[in-house]
Design a protein around this ligand. Structure first.
Ligand code: ADP
Length: 267
């Protein structure tokens, strides 16, 4: 199962066919990236992997191993100290654990925010926001304020806010970690559905091995700090996944292999 990090598992969006041999240009590429914070904390070392169109790559690893730092580098919030991170920063969407909605803006105005900051003309951003709100299932809640929404709905609004910019790559930093299991599984399905319908590639971070396998075309395991990629698992299931997949023997077997690798990474 452990594979060459440079072999992308590419899926045809329509058929769910694994097109692994079809090489596409990387949308996000880490080449020998390392990160040492000014206080000397060495967070990441020797990170090399790519995310291609049609891929949903999830990173799992022990707490504090540098997963968030990896995403912060990809989103330009942090500068790596060596190596290269290549990404078209205008085509990135983000969803973090905290939905960071503005309390004084309703759903519609929150969803328009990033488009507004990018000077998308008003009529166009309103049309895009309406479409994104519908995509994430928040139609009818446009006029509600964040305090009037459930945790899952706030996360949907955060997702819609980034969808408005039609990103080619979506970065997810443990977006569903604070939600109850049923809401989390529902949002897993919704993001998977958007992954197919909107055609973005994903880089996802989670503590949950089940979530990692369910969501991804590939799972990367990171070592304890300084974080390195110690294993890469291609996920062999097609993109049309349903809840019951979590109870299939092949699913459990893959989760077991990743868990085993993760335990080694903790040492
Ligand atoms: P993870 O997301 O895997 O839990 P992080 O990427 O948040 O890990 O952090 C990786 C390591 O870098 C941790 O030990 C953390 O304490 C440290 N770290 C994160 N940000 C900073 C910072 N600004 N300055 C110094 N150390 C930091």
């Amino acid at each position: 199962m452990v594979k060459d990090m440079r072999s992308p598992a590419v899926f045809d969006m329509q058929t769910g066919t694994n097109m692994t041999e079809t090489k596409t240009p990387a949308l996000l590429d880490f080449d020998n990236v390392a990160m040492t914070f000014p206080d000397g904390t060495r967070a990441l070392e020797d990170i090399s992997f790519s995310v291609h169109a049609g891929e949903f790559v999830t990173v799992v690893g022990p707490s504090g191993c540098g997963k968030s730092t990896l995403l912060r580098i990809a989103s330009n919030l942090e500068a790596n100290t060596s190596g290269t991170c290549s990404v078209d920063r205008d085509s990135i969407g983000y969803v973090f654990q905290d939905p960071t909605l503005m309390a004084w803006r309703n759903v519609k105005r929150n969803v328009e925010l990033i488009a507004e900051l990018h000077n998308v003309p008003k009529a166009e951003r309103q049309a895009r926001a309406a479409a994104a709100i519908e995509l994430v299932g928040l139609k009818g809640f446009e006029d509600k304020y964040p305090r009037q929404l459930s945790g899952g709905m706030r996360m949907r609004a955060s997702l819609a806010r980034s969808l408005v910019m039609k990103p080619k790559v979506f970065l997810f930093d443990e977006p569903f970690g604070a939600l109850d299991e049923i809401t989390r599984e529902r949002l897993n399905d919704e993001v998977l559905h958007l992954f197919q319908s909107e055609g973005f590639a994903g880089l996802f971070i989670t503590h949950s091995i089940t979530e990692a396998v369910y969501m991804s075309t590939k799972v990367l395991v990171m070592s304890a700090r300084p974080g390195r990629i110690v294993a890469s698992f291609d996920v062999p299931f097609g993109v049309n996944r349903t809840h019951d997949l979590r109870y299939e023997p092949a699913f459990a077997e893959l989760c077991g292999e990743i868990s085993h690798s993760l335990r080694g990474a903790h040492q």
